[in-house]
Design a protein around this ligand. Structure first.
Ligand SMILES: Nc1ncnc2c1ncn2[C@@H]1O[C@H](COP(=O)(O)OP(=O)(O)O)[C@@H](O)[C@H]1O
Ligand SMILES: [Mg+2]
Length: 361
């Protein structure tokens, strides 16, 4: 089912400002959409509005072509999975999963078939007659998913469902959830503060900050064309390197003049209106070219080396004291406390307006 949000806003009673402002989104049928952002930015508020657990202050929420603003949660054809997935401790896995359907007075045979089906997909068939206390955290989380799945909702809503799991299990469940989504094809809206989860799982990401959409699009668009400095800093690990400076004679000159770069022709063209103005230049750690000298190269002292296996992270300090992180293949040899020449891959520079922080190129 397609989910559309038109100018959605939320102001909690007793609060001075809107928590959510001007949200316009189209989540296509069968799409997996992640709502991403720092803690407190309004992710859960937005999801709860879609679920009907929070009222909508302004705007329109549309499922398919039906206005949902005033429809009760139970009539919205949704199922929700939370971070804390309280299962009934005295019921078996089977009965936990069957619970909602029993409440709906669904036929016994239908319930049985749906529970078996979901258990099969989630690979928990052998635990159907265990109690929640007898199974692991990951298995419990699957039961919580199963409980939502058996209802065959039009839209799946998930609020940080993996946050309580340890790192290894979280990685595993990430893949499982994607696989599950592929199998079921149910439109899914997934809240997370973890950019890796959003980047790896979602077809589309909406990144919120302070209740406002910063960018909406595909994961690769977030990585390759962040729409402003906030997005650039939020997406990607290590964090994108950002230098502040001005455009002088078409070149980027950092404030301390430690970096002077002549951009490629396309960027130069985009930067023409910025002659004499403040801009920020960003570059990801893996887009430096090491041990090479050209007209744009600069000297960096290697402070700390982090060996991650396939790559090495070089934490360096430039002549003016600016810190800069580079990623090089893991088999490259470097020593700490040595200076090296680096230069830029000119096709990998991001430029942002110094005033508005919006992307320029
Ligand atoms: N019921 C409520 N009443 C008033 N303010 C709330 C309520 N729920 C959340 N908030 C506020 O709304 C903001 C966003 O919260 P939330 O949606 O939970 O953020 P997130 O899920 O992104 O961490 C926070 O400042 C929070 O304190
Ligand atoms: Mg939340």
């Amino acid at each position: 089912m397609k989910v559309s949000l038109k100018n959605i806003g939320k102001k909690y009673e007793g609060r001075e400002n809107f928590t959510i402002r001007n949200i316009n989104l189209e989540i296509e049928d069968k799409e997996f959409c992640a709502i991403l952002g720092p803690s407190g930015c309004g992710k859960s508020t937005l999801l709860r509005m879609i679920a009907g657990l929070n009222s909508i202050t302004e705007g329109e929420l549309i499922f398919g072509d039906k206005l949902m603003n005033k429809v009760a949660p139970k009539d919205r054809d949704i199922a929700m999975v939370f971070q804390s997935y309280a299962l009934y401790p005295h019921l078996t896995v089977y009965d936990n999963m069957a619970f909602a359907l029993k409440m709906k007075k669904e036929r016994k045979e239908v319930i049985h078939q749906r529970v078996l089906e979901a258990a099969e997909v989630l690979q928990i068939t052998e635990y159907l007659y265990s109690k929640p206390s007898d199974i692991s955290g990951g298995q419990r989380q699957r039961v919580a998913l199963g409980r939502a799945m058996v209802r065959k909702p039009g839209v799946f809503l998930m609020d940080e469902p993996l946050s309580n799991l340890d790192a290894k299990l979280r990685e595993h469940m990430r893949v499982e959830l994607v696989r599950l989504h592929k199998q079921l094809g149910t439109t899914s809206i997934y809240v997370t503060h973890d950019q890796t989860e959003a980047m790896t799982m979602a077809d589309k990401i909406v990144l919120l900050d302070k209740g406002i959409i910063q960018q909406f699009g595909k994961p690769e668009e977030f990585y390759n064309k962040p729409s402003n400095l906030f997005v650039a800093g939020f997406i990607g690990s290590p964090t994108m390197n950002v230098f502040n400076g001005v455009i002088e004679n078409g070149k980027f000159v950092s404030d301390s003049k430690a970096i002077v770069v002549e951009p490629n022709e396309t960027d130069k063209e985009a930067l023409r209106p910025y002659e004499g103005k403040k801009v920020s230049m960003g570059i990801r750690a893996e887009r430096f070219i090491s041990k090479k000298e050209d007209k744009n190269s600069f000297n960096a002292m290697i402070d700390v080396i982090e060996m991650l296996g396939k790559e090495k992270l070089l934490y360096t300090v430039l002549e003016d004291g600016t810190e800069c992180t580079m990623s090089v293949p893991g088999h490259y040899e470097y020593d700490t406390d040595q200076a090296h020449n680096f230069t830029f891959d000119l096709d990998a520079l991001h430029f942002f307006d110094g005033e508005t922080t919006k992307r320029i190129n």
